[in-house]
Design a binder for this molecule. Structure first.
Ligand SMILES: *[C@@H]1O[C@H](CO)[C@@H](O)[C@H](O)[C@H]1NC(C)=O
Ligand SMILES: *[C@@H]1O[C@H](CO)[C@@H](O)[C@H](O)[C@H]1NC(C)=O
Ligand SMILES: *[C@@H]1O[C@H](CO)[C@@H](O)[C@H](O)[C@H]1NC(C)=O
Ligand SMILES: *[C@@H]1O[C@H](CO)[C@@H](O)[C@H](O)[C@H]1NC(C)=O
Length: 420
């Protein structure tokens, strides 16, 4: 018979009386639970189950159970239930013990232990994968699915040092009750899978469950030892960098703004770090912020390089990784001041010089105008030109062509020219 929680609660009220009824020799006759089993219920997940000792059952005593996990990692807890779920790696085997206990006037009465175990999975040594690392990343879902955000998963590993060349590995992950096999592998030079990419998963980015990853394999020459590992989401989540970082300088105020990263976490869940790099003197300033804006007073006219990164703050979950820095943005200008000054100086000097030359020319023109007669009329000018050309013609045959191109109104003059 399974003692259910409500039944136990009813029993609680009567337990004091019943315990008082126990004779001293009975204290040492607590009987251990029976039919203790360990069942694998999922990747890196087992269910421990036992039954109350049938001989003990009719005593109606307020019994509890103490569970001790021996491997792979020691743990010890008490429960009134007759089953218990454990999330743990299984590639090193699993073993646990359970016993019946009874607290009586702050002294513990306990039965013998019953023991159960799962064997270490079969496989040749050195064939399982090593150095498994996984990261998750949140991407905005473009309306194709119900959830506004999707979590992608990327895992990489190294081939076991003694794995045969024909080894092939297969990766599975479990989150909550969902298990999926990888469909998109990267391979090494021997075509063995060494990385896996899930563009979307059942992982909840704000969830607190463990992520279980399991990698088994096959080969014609050896049994490949499977490997599993548990990951805490906060420790492997690669946060996106802040969005739309902008900066502007007004006088001596450098103001920087940004938006929260693509993430299922709301706006108040982020810590930021702002990095301001003065490109002129190489000085770095980093500031930790919890708001989406930062104002700095600058006394140095320079070009600044600004980057911001984000992390989910401890307000919303356990401290994890910083995002990458946002793309650098530049504000202000290093060269502007000296360049502008030089430009002004050169411009002023040039203008002064040109004015000086001009005035000199004007004066000379003035003198010239006084000394020389007025400019001749256009018609006579053309005639003059022809006079000159005719004069030159005497010396060279080539000039003939030039003449044609120079004269705007050919007419008899050209004819006259060619005849010449
Ligand atoms: C324990 O298991 C055996 C065999 O499976 C079964 O006959 C027996 O009824 C079980 N005992 C209890 C208390 O469930
Ligand atoms: C793999 O992990 C081991 C320790 O677990 C470490 O010593 C080794 O350097 C790692 N190898 C690589 C290539 O990262
Ligand atoms: C690997 O594990 C999965 C899930 O447990 C199983 O379905 C598959 O048959 C295993 N493959 C090999 C080669 O052992
Ligand atoms: C970032 O800016 C772009 C355009 O400047 C805008 O379309 C987008 O909505 C902004 N992102 C957020 C998260 O507001």
């Amino acid at each position: 018979m399974i003692i259910t929680a409500p039944a136990l609660l009813i029993l609680l009220g009567t337990s004091v009386v019943l315990q008082a009824d126990l004779r001293p020799d009975e204290k040492f006759l607590l009987l251990p639970p029976v039919n203790f089993t360990i069942k694998v219920t999922g990747l890196a997940q087992v269910l421990l189950h036992w039954e109350p000792n049938p001989d003990r059952e009719q005593r109606n005593v307020n019994l509890e159970y103490q569970v001790k996990i021996n491997a792979p990692q020691e743990d010890d807890y008490e429960t009134r239930n007759t089953e218990s779920k454990c999330v743990t790696i299984l590639h090193k085997g699993f073993s646990a013990s359970v016993r019946t206990i009874l607290w009586n006037d702050h002294s513990l009465l306990a039965s013998n232990w019953v023991f159960a175990e799962l064997q270490v999975p079969q496989g040749s040594p050195g064939t399982s994968i090593v150095n498994l690392t996984c990261t998750t990343n949140t991407v905005a879902d473009n309306g194709m699915h119900l959830r506004p955000y999707q979590v992608s998963l990327h895992c990489t590993w190294l081939v076991g040092k003694d794995a045969p060349e024909d080894t092939q590995y297969f990766l599975y992950y479990r989150y909550g009750s969902c298990t999926e096999e990888c469909q998109d592998y990267n391979k090494d030079s021997l075509e063995r899978n060494v990385a896996c990419w899930f563009p979307r998963t059942f992982i909840h980015s704000k969830g607190r469950d463990w992520l279980a990853v399991y990698v088994n394999g096959s080969s014609k020459h050896a049994t490949i030892k499977p490997f599993d590992q548990l990951f805490a989401l906060h420790a492997i989540d690669q946060v996106n960098p802040p969005l739309n970082v902008t900066a502007e300088i007004e006088g001596t105020r450098l103001s920087i703004q940004w938006e929260k990263p693509v993430s299922a976490f709301p706006i108040h869940c982020f810590d930021y770090e702002v990095k301001i790099y003065n490109t002129r003197n190489g000085y770095f300033q980093t500031e930790k912020m919890t708001t989406n804006a930062f104002i700095s007073i600058i006394d140095d006219l320079s070009k600044y390089c600004i980057q911001v990164r984000a992390a989910v703050s401890s307000v919303c979950r356990e401290t994890g990784l910083w995002s990458e820095w946002s793309q650098p943005i530049y504000v202000g200008n290093d060269e502007q001041k000296p360049l502008a000054e030089w430009f002004l100086i050169v411009l002023t000097a040039t203008v002064c010089f040109v004015l000086l030359i001009f005035s000199l020319i004007c004066r000379m023109c003035h003198l010239w105008a006084k000394l020389c007669p007025p400019v001749p009329a256009p018609k006579s000018s053309i005639n003059d030109l022809f006079v000159t050309i005719h004069y030159e013609k005497a010396g060279s045959g080539e000039t003939e062509i030039e003449v044609v191109s120079y004269v705007e109104d050919p007419g008899f003059e050209t004819l006259e020219d060619s005849v010449f």
